[in-house]
Design a binder for this molecule. Sequence first.
Ligand code: NAD
Length: 292
Amino acid sequence: ESLKIAFIGLGVMGGGMAANLARKGFALTVFSRTPAKAAPVIALGATLAGSAAAAAREADVVFLCLPATEDVAAVLFGDGGIAAVMAPGSVVVDTSTIDPVATREFAARLSAGGIAMLDCPVSGGQKGAADGTLSCMVGGPADVLERVRPCLDAIATTVVHIGDAGAGQVAKACNQVCVAANMLGAAEAVALALRMGVDPKRVREALLGGAARSTVLERHTLRLIERDFTPGFRARLMEKDLRIAVEAMTRTGVYAPVSAGIHQLLNALLQTGRADADWGAVGALIQELSGV
Ligand code: NAD
């Protein structure tokens, strides 16, 4: 018997994931605060619910893809929250990137009501969500992961069980630290090429063939050279992710000058009014500060 799925949050990432679940033939009910965002997935056969609770009530598995920790808290436990209506034995799969410590609390609170939770943050960007080629970093009980694995196989090519509740979010914080360091390296490299009068496209081409190769260098350096900062991944979301990582590092005594510095730069980027631009605009900020 196939799983009944609900999906809440049809933004840049959720829209692509929900579409792939619909394409794989899962019975899918969606909720979006902006109903227009649901149109593509409705066209693929999904049903539109009038509220998050209405979407979640009948579901075996409820996916969330929401911006931040407080949004997940609100949808789970706030006014009209889904925890109050979900059936015992059902599962929440949270694909949002949120705080690992809060995630542990959410999982414990749901578990008291007989509802299981997996933290399942993803990497791969809008393209990975649209193509169904994400990497899922899963925290929570292994048997729950096995139950929902057919759903995850519809959205991802890599699914790794990292550990207990919150462990997936720890892996995602690690991911964002690596991606952010790559981005700032690429941004400073482009600024250097431009200041030295060298064509950054040719530099990029050469670097992609060598040890500097990375997804960031491939996708974002081109966007930076072409000044295309449509999200993608909003600057405000990357600021949130570095804040989560730096808070965890501070709590645990990890020496992290790179993450702390990049977090400050992202805050500076938000101050310049670019919170909803793609976070690759941090490269434009580096150029502005470099007189390029
Ligand atoms: P987005 O802003 O495009 O989408 C978020 C959606 O959640 C919006 O449609 C918004 O209306 C909806 N939403 C917010 N609060 C809600 C509520 N209370 N009820 C119902 N819907 C609500 O953001 P996104 O880029 O899709 O990112 C979502 C999550 O995935 C974030 O945690 C982000 O950090 C993470 N993520 C993003 C990317 C990326 O490349 N964009 C990659 C990996 C992970």
